[in-house]
Design a protein around this ligand. Structure first.
Ligand code: ADE
Length: 252
């Protein structure tokens, strides 16, 4: 899978992409991330990418032509029409369902918005606008990196243990269950005498019980922290019964 990121901070994007799971996927040839410097697609001596807004007002607007030229160059190089995304707080909210849909694309171009906005005509070349949440970043680079990270880890073989992707938070529309590692017991610290223990069931070796405990914890954690997610989750009879026990709606 290939990502082309058009940005005025290509160094930042390229460096961030080298880390962790995405970096390893790039080294293994499973994913390609190419950062394109928007200034390379300007034609003036000062490589200007923004200008004042028509109609007045504060801030600068990203000029359309450099973005158009960047898209032309990327399309010409790849010989196909990739999916073009624009990062923007006005976009579709990124969810795991959107990430899954994006992960089926062979190539995604991410145009990083900047400043007060992007010339509206750029949207004529954009398939979808993506927001990573209801807050305003100073630019789209971090949002583009979020998209790359979330999508790349769904590319087959990128995450070593395929199981761990299947069990992710949200993969079933529910939050993840709690995880523990050694030691089995430890001091609570902070001057407290208490001991923090790993739940016995996890050390019992009873795999069916462990599975059931995790399923229940995931459900109850979702009920407590994100009850809105239960509306869209496909629950089985056992889960609906647990919800009824805990006063949650069991008709979802
Ligand atoms: N650019 C600025 N804020 C953003 C957001 N929340 N999501 C995506 N791109 C952005």
């Amino acid at each position: 899978m290939r990502f082309d990121i058009v940005t005025i901070f290509p160094g930042m994007v390229a460096e961030a992409a080298k880390a962790g799971v995405v970096g390893r996927a790039i080294e293994r040839g499973l994913v390609t991330v190419k950062a394109h410097d928007l200034r390379d697609f300007t034609t003036d001596r000062h490589r200007v990418v923004d200008d004042v807004p028509y109609g007045g007002g504060p801030g600068m607007v990203l000029k359309p032509e450099p973005l158009f030229r960047a898209l032309d160059a990327i399309e010409a190089e790849s010989g196909r029409k990739p999916l073009v995304l624009l990062t923007s707080p006005q976009g579709t909210r990124l969810t795991q369902a959107v990430v899954e849909r994006l992960s089926r694309q062979p190539q995604i171009v991410l145009l990083c918005g900047r400043y007060e906005g992007v010339d509206e005509r750029v949207r004529s070349r954009v398939d979808e606008e993506i927001s990573i949440g209801d807050y305003v970043l100073s630019g789209g680079e971090l949002a583009a990196l979020v998209v790359v990270d979330a999508v790349a880890r769904l590319v087959p073989e990128v995450v070593g243990d395929e199981e761990s992707v299947a069990h992710d938070s949200f993969s079933r529309g529910l939050l993840d269950f709690p995880h523990y590692t050694r030691p089995a017991e430890m001091s609570a610290g902070g001057g407290e005498q208490a001991t923090l223990r790993v739940p016995d069931v996890l050390m019992s070796g009873h795999h069916a019980e462990i599975r059931r405990w995790r399923k229940r914890e995931a459900l109850l954690r979702t009920l407590e922290r994100r009850p809105d997610l239960l509306e869209g989750a496909a629950l089985d009879d056992e889960e609906r019964a647990w919800l009824r026990e805990h006063g949650g709606r069991a008709d979802s």
